[in-house]
Design a protein around this ligand. Sequence first.
Ligand code: ZN
Length: 338
Amino acid sequence: MTTGTPEDGPFAEERSALDEAAAVVESAELTAEAEQEMAVLDQRRRILFVHAHPDDETINNGVTMAMYAAANAHVTLLTCTLGEEGEVLVPELEHLAADRDDALGQHRVGELAAAMEALGVTDSRFLGGPGRFRDSGMMGLPTNDRPDCFWQADLEQAAGLVAEVVREARPQVVVTYDENGGYGHPDHIQAHRAAMRGVELAEDEGFTDAGAREPWSVSKVYWCANPESRMREGLRALRAAGDSTSFEGLDPEGPLPYTVPDERVTAVIDGTGHVAAKLSAMRAHATQITVDGPFFALSNNLGDQVWALEHYTLVRGSAGETDPETGWETDLFSGLGV
Ligand SMILES: [Zn+2]
């Protein structure tokens, strides 16, 4: 009777060929793309923000992004345009504007990269690649009619590109704007539509444009929400301090755009420890947000803490644990068990 070793068994040759093949596979270098994908899936919590222009992410979600990135969640930012039509607030850079050199988009790619560094976010992408969709400009302007602008984009196509990112990054949570895009800018409205439809397509087995990637079902979707009471409070403080030019034309007691009724808020992120990162990201968007502009005027009058709280409305999935005092969730992943 012989006990034998695997090497001299009946399938010794086949076994050693298999071992060799396995060693080759193990030692093969992963492609950069595959490596990045594995790194993404290694992180338990994954969140995707869909925005229209560079700077929207920082203004709306700066502390939320910084907080989750610091907590080792995978934070993905998807920006739909380069913001080519933005106003240039830095005099020396005015030549970049769309009606002069038309070079603002490329400049804002750099501003966004610096802002992401400030927030600790490493996965920042442009929908369909940088420059695929152009900034449409404010509602009603002739730039809305340019065939290459985001407002004119085919919605299914744009949503399909969002779905590809969703299937790759597999976020449990997606954040975007409400149906009015927060304040009616055509690119914000379109970003909202593309994100909402993209989430549907990502989980639809019939959607095969995204190659071989598996369908992915997003558990929760939130819309950014700026509660009315907070904006009134901020404006009252500004006006009381004698500032009548910041947010010019807005009366703290009158109707307020950019806001939602407080009842629509369902979640708040308290990013007190990340206000400095948000302010530094705001400064990185130098052509768009100036230190003597309305956003900084708000914090000059109310203190930096005005930036610590970011509010949301849950529109897909169910709320997890809530703060008994406010009835709001305080973690966008709550109830998901991750
Ligand atoms: Zn915007």
